[in-house]
Design a protein around this ligand. Structure first.
Ligand code: FAD
Length: 508
């Protein structure tokens, strides 16, 4: 089989890229995805995303012990299907803060450069303000606005700070991810082909030029050539792993694992980031929570009307705040959910409660991804380096966010729903007591990024045009190329990166 462009990975970036590169009809585009089509009913049901955790559509990664949070090992879900993580995420549609892109400091990627791309995507993506949000979500927004102030009717496209009901990628009570808006319609084009259930093992090179990939098809290792080049859209974990397995990475580390170093590129896999999050819970004075979201009336309401708790994305309202007035943009996000978010939803709610997730959205800490071995089936070693930043600003932001969540919980009208703080509980007042609880409970918001960051050769893995330094005809377009993780939910920023990548690749 031959093609002009071969895209590895059919997630957020892969879906947008496949649509864009095949649009002109000039190129034969092949998309290779390790998972299958998104057949699980929990993909479409907005509240069903956590039901996909640790199932067959989840890569189900975990981190190495995180030494700054009591050696806690953090669960890292990633979508393994067409649509990738966009088909198992919490559906929140957010561009990112203007300061995110200005802070990247990369030519051509400032806010003024990326804003028109977001605007264009806005007309292609399907989204709406969560129409099935619990009434208490509005009360959370009201209480948070009193606490934080509020300037904008919408957060997207603005230097946001304040609180809102989440904008989510649904229509008629069903998920409408980039798989639905971009890949599915493009599959009608004769010049776009997709192979599913096939894991790419390595990139095949002649000298420095990417000629195709080797991959598993039907239990056999085969090669596919791509005359125009290869684009990695395998996500922030697999894209650097694929580069390293193919001999692009830190030469010393590669040789330790028996991999011949083709290009010494010491930043591959480094600078990895995610948003750490802890989730305080508050017992309610009533039983109107999503503890009973799967009750028969709720199931019937969803089945016949696509309404009710199952049509909601759970993280129904968001608030952004600064831990210090000296910051130019928010570093804390609060996420309201009308249920007890218990052990990352791997356990059902035990009590009637509401949750306020506290996320550090401008983390300074960074970690890395390394290979365990050269075997394509060995899971890479992940270390987010949570709270490892030298000046402790991530810890300060987290503690400040915890106190802010408490302030909002004690502000009317939201406070009228609440009986008491369930976890960590009001006995935890000092920073030390709060931190002990955070160490037991911390997770991430499932936003790994920055492991193949863009910038100049010598400091980065890809150029501002997303071409892999030291190679020819090899690009990366996914969450891994962000120099810093955006403040908030990155899916739409990844779609923006992919839309721009298509232009760079076609012009190369
Ligand atoms: C549970 C969860 C909740 C989230 N909530 C939100 C949210 O509400 N809003 C938001 O904006 N963001 C959210 N995110 C994050 C967002 O979905 C991701 O940042 C985004 O999808 C990343 O896109 P990507 O293209 O980089 O990677 P992915 O979408 O993960 O795509 C990578 C694809 O590559 C495939 N692949 C990997 N390796 C190979 C290989 N070797 N061969 C072939 N195929 C391969 C994978 O199977 C996958 O389909 C969430 C993520 C998760 C997991």
């Amino acid at each position: 089989m031959q093609c002009d462009y071969l895209i590895v990975g059919g997630g957020t970036a892969g879906c947008v890229l496949a649509e864009r590169l095949s649009a002109s009809g000039k190129y034969r585009v092949l998309l290779v995805e390790a998972g299958g089509p998104p057949r699980s009913p929990f993909v479409k049901i907005p509240a069903g995303f956590a039901k996909l955790f640790k199932g067959s559509c989840d890569w189900n990664y975990g981190t190495e012990p995180q030494c700054h949070v009591g050696n806690r090992q953090v669960y890292v879900p990633r979508g393994r299907m067409l649509g990738g993580s966009a088909n198992m995420n919490a559906l929140i549609h957010q561009w990112g803060h203007p300061a995110d892109f200005d802070d990247w400091g990369v030519d051509g990627w400032a806010w003024q450069d990326v804003m028109p791309v977001f605007r264009k995507l806005e007309s292609e993506l399907v989204f709406e303000t969560n129409r099935d949000a619990h009434p208490a979500a509005n009360d959370f927004v009201d209480a948070a606005r009193q606490t934080l102030g509020h300037r904008h009717a919408r957060y997207n496209g603005k230097a946001y700070e304040g609180a809102w009901i989440s904008e989510i990628v649904t229509r008629g009570g069903k998920r409408r991810s980039v798989y639905d808006s971009h890949l599915k319609p493009a599959l009608r084009r004769p010049n776009l082909s997709v192979i599913t259930g096939s894991k790419v093992h390595r990139i095949v090179f002649e000298q420095e030029r990417a000629m195709g990939v080797s991959l598993m098809v039907g239990g056999e290792l085969r090669s596919i050539r791509a005359s125009g080049g290869v684009i990695l859209s395998a996500g922030a974990i697999e894209s650097p792993a694929l580069l390293m397995r193919s001999g692009i990475g830190n030469g010393y580390d590669l040789e330790q694992r028996g991999i011949e170093a083709k290009v010494h590129s010491p930043h591959v896999g480094r600078h990895l980031q995610d948003h750490p999050m802890a989730v305080p819970t508050f017992a309610t004075v009533h039983s109107r929570t999503y503890k009973s979201a799967e009750s028969l009336p709720n199931l019937l309401n969803y089945l016949f009307r696509k309404r009710g708790p199952l049509a909601s994305n759970v993280a129904e309202a968001i608030a952004f705040a600064r831990s210090s007035s000296e910051l130019i943009a928010p570093d804390i996000e609060l996420l309201f959910a009308p249920l007890e978010w218990r052990k990352e939803a791997l356990e059902p709610p035990a009590i009637n409660a509401f949750s306020i997730g506290v996320a550090v959205v401008a983390p300074q800490s960074r970690g890395e991804i390394r290979l365990m071995s050269k075997d394509a089936y060995d899971v890479p070693l992940l270390d987010f380096g949570l709270f490892s930043d030298a000046n402790g600003s991530d810890r300060k932001a987290m503690l400040s966010g915890m106190r802010l969540a408490r302030r909002i919980a004690s502000t009317s009208p939201f406070s009228e729903h609440l009986a008491c703080e369930h976890a960590p509980g009001t006995a935890a007042q000092s920073d030390e007591a709060l931190w002990r609880w955070i160490c037991e409970e911390v997770q991430t918001v499932y936003h790994p990024a920055c492991s193949c960051r863009m910038g100049d050769a010598g400091h980065a893995v890809v150029s501002p045009e997303l071409a892999v330094h030291g190679t020819e005809r090899l690009w990366i377009a996914d969450a891994s190329v962000m120099p810093n993780l955006v403040r908030g939910h990155p899916n739409t920023a990844v779609a923006m990166i992919a839309a721009r990548a298509a232009g760079f690749i076609a012009a190369a």
